[in-house]
Design a protein around this ligand. Sequence first.
Ligand SMILES: C[S@@+](CC[C@H](N)C(=O)[O-])C[C@H]1O[C@@H](n2cnc3c(N)ncnc32)[C@H](O)[C@@H]1O
Length: 493
Amino acid sequence: MLKSFVELSLGTDTEKLASALNMNPEQVTCVETSKSMRKVLENKGYSVTTSIPDINDVLEADESQSSRPLFSFVSLLNVIDRCDNPKALLESAISSLQPGGHLLLSIVLPFSGRVYEGKLFHPWKRARSRKPLFPLQLLSDFDIPNEKSFEVNAAMFFEAILRLQPQLELVKWTRLPYVSSGDLKRTHYPLDMAVAVLKLNPNLPTLASSDKTSVVAKSGSESLPLTCQNKGKSKIFTWLQKTLVDNGYVKASWGKVLDAGAGVNSMCWLLRQSYDTVTGVTARPAGLDSYGDALHSFVDDSVNIVVGNWKDKAFMKETNQYDIVLSDYLLGSTELHWRFGAEMLLERILTVLKPNGFLLIIGLEPYEMILHRSDPHDRLVLDIEAIGDSVALLIGESTYRELPQQWVIEQIDRRPDFEVVATQQFAMKLTAESMRRQLAYATKTAAKIVDRDFRVAFEKRIEDLTLSLDTFETHNKARNYAVVVQRKNKSGE
Ligand SMILES: C[S@@+](CC[C@H](N)C(=O)[O-])C[C@H]1O[C@@H](n2cnc3c(N)ncnc32)[C@H](O)[C@@H]1O
């Protein structure tokens, strides 16, 4: 039986579509959440339901079939950009489509995901819109130049759809005009939309098939935790993503991924990618620089959080395990968990990398390498950094020990099996606020100085530095860096 479900408002487009497909209203099921609109559609003779899973329940019940009935045709017209979870919507739609069935998709371009909340069609109140909770990830994250043509926008959109649903084949698409209702400035906005027919080809591999576990489907951007909404989106991550592509790593899945020094930002960035498995390592469950509890609180069971220390020889000892290893501010922080261990730690994380795999290193260039005491602005930054470090040293606690990019490069250069394929520096903004946070650490640590006179002297110095921040202008000479390392395969390619 030819069936379709269509999400539309007043039913006129449903009518047009049903007639184009030669279907009677009783062969069409509509998904509609608005009660009044459901009534309109029902009056026209369509089956109406409020969500896609309901459709299956309804049809299973009245057709008394043992297997779930599937549709030969599904349409999602201008809805992917107006829902909280486009990936999940797409998955539900595809899971309701019979093999060889068709999906009709339309989308206004450039893609702009917004979810409207509040009263629609109210004469005095405008509906509020916000970003989707689980945004569709487009290749725009890869920095394609500013002015994008309609075709580039269409390519980016369909790449995202086919990445999420590799069993779909793009059969045909076209460009149509779209007129959007206006606002106080203009009566209307002329835009463009793409309309496409895609075919479900069960012979194509799914992301979750082959030798992989099916983690991708569970923990891709679709189920991105709320915590990640604004996390893991830095310029550095974007550059790393692009650099992998530039170096030929254009895969539907990143394979087995390791966050070797896990934290919320790095984990959120990785969760935005397609992968087979993600493992995050952190040194301790809680406390300074230890994210075990924090990570457990927002990732689900599909992500493997390992609490342990790279220092321990028995820890993560299997070699050639991971396709991608991320070291996000790990080398500088390991001093807290493994004194003078950075070089050995680097060796460990290189060992777990598969041939042809990539190690992505993010670090902070030590301030002393680029700032100069002769410049008063630089000096204040250096003094604030130094007071925290010296207090920690004084009370016998270890603190961060950042390592220069050049150190990383030289470490890699002396290993014939590995190669630095790209490096990049990123300007870092130091604000009065970030400087105050450094001083807050110094204050907290200084309270542990046992000798009273010594403690008072330190507290006075911290107070003076705090006062100097009243006139602090954002400092932007400091640098973060990223280094991309590839493990050569056995033949040395
Ligand atoms: C500064 S945090 C990294 C920042 C983090 N990637 C983020 O997104 O914010 C350092 C991470 O590496 C972990 N780490 C540092 N040294 C370690 C070691 N020797 N063994 C295991 N984990 C370590 C810390 O526990 C923490 O999870």
